[in-house]
Design a protein around this ligand. Structure first.
Ligand SMILES: [Zn+2]
Length: 320
């Protein structure tokens, strides 16, 4: 079998299932011609840039889509108290769906004018009983006597913040996530055009762009990176607007027959329309038909069919 990324011929047992749309975003459309080595490498280097993109993480949280470790990302789970450096909060919903805030224990050290170090421990009120143990552990490490629990408790102060302002900083990647969308377009094209596509000059360019750790050159930027962006209403994906929680992929010969284009949509968040071949369709891919894949992430069949059949299905039944 030949891997579509390293192009090496390897025995079948060195290949694993490759989820074209990453599994962490609910991808269930699987191909088999990516070797395990490339699969692992690209998963940790390319796929994660899309699955961990802050906007995608928000969608995963809302749809309960767990990543490899089985964890569903919750963007607002870990925050901080505004204006209080080091005061970290964990926000969770209780059994009744009511938000509960928990203050992570926080130690503040201060050196006094006499050179002694004083320590104050700030804990959530639910951790109040743990205070003596925490403080005495620090005292014993510093060679000080152990204090009775009552004394520590009597010196503890309860501070109430009735309307706490919480803050969270996000980093938004506007570039690297695109490499994963390019990878999806490449895999779909390989899947639908077959092994003959691997020698297409455009395939070589896409492959290099996916696996490279370097910034794309001018040609790659113009051909690929500039063609991928946030989803906009009115684009090609508008015919599937009712399928919000689906990933889409399409391949279609250009009407001039001087090339083939692929369209990829991730939820209704990102989309890209990419030229995947500049070869003459009649000469090189005479039997190619427009192809479609729809991958709903919350149940429902993954459907792979010709674009023609999908469009007539869509017209007949616009809300499956
Ligand atoms: Zn490989």
């Amino acid at each position: 079998m030949r891997c579509i990324f390293c192009l090496d011929e390897k025995p079948g047992l060195l290949f694993t299932d490759e989820h074209v749309f990453p599994k962490a975003i609910g991808g269930r459309f699987v191909i088999r011609n990516v070797c395990k080595r490339c699969n692992d490498l690209l998963g940790s280097r390319v796929d994660c840039r899309l699955t961990e993109h802050v906007v995608v993480q928000a969608a995963r949280g809302a749809l309960d889509l767990a990543g490899k470790g089985g964890r569903v990302p919750k963007l607002l789970e870990h925050m901080a108290l505004a204006g209080k450096p080091g005061h970290r909060l964990v926000n969770r919903l209780d059994a009744h769906g009511k938000p509960q805030h928990y203050l992570v224990p926080h130690v503040e050290r201060r050196t006094n004018a006499d050179g002694c170090e004083s320590v104050s421990i700030v804990v959530d009120v639910s951790d109040r009983d743990r205070l003596p143990e925490m403080l005495n552990k620090m005292r014993s490490r510093a060679g000080l006597s152990i204090l009775p629990s009552d004394e520590i408790q009597s010196r503890a102060q309860v501070v109430c913040t009735p309307h706490p302002v919480m803050e969270k900083h996000f980093t938004v990647d506007e570039h690297e996530y695109k490499r994963c969308i390019l990878k999806i377009a490449y895999e779909l094209t390989c899947h639908w055009l077959g092994e003959g596509y691997l020698d297409d000059p455009h395939a070589e360019l896409m492959r290099r762009c996916v696996v490279s750790e370097e910034a794309p050159d001018e040609e790659m930027t113009r051909l690929f990176f500039d063609r991928i962006d946030y989803h906009e209403d009115g684009g090609l994906g508008r015919f599937w607007d009712f399928e919000e929680d689906s990933h889409l992929g399409m391949l279609t010969p250009l009407w001039t027959e001087a090339g083939i284009a692929a369209y990829v949509r991730i939820f209704k968040i990102f989309e890209g329309t990419l030229l995947v071949s500049r070869c003459s369709v009649a000469e090189r891919y005479p039997s190619i038909e427009g192809m479609f894949v729809g991958n709903p992430v919350c149940g429902g069949e993954v459907r792979e069919l010709t674009l023609r059949r999908e469009i007539s299905r869509n017209r007949r039944n616009p809300s499956p």
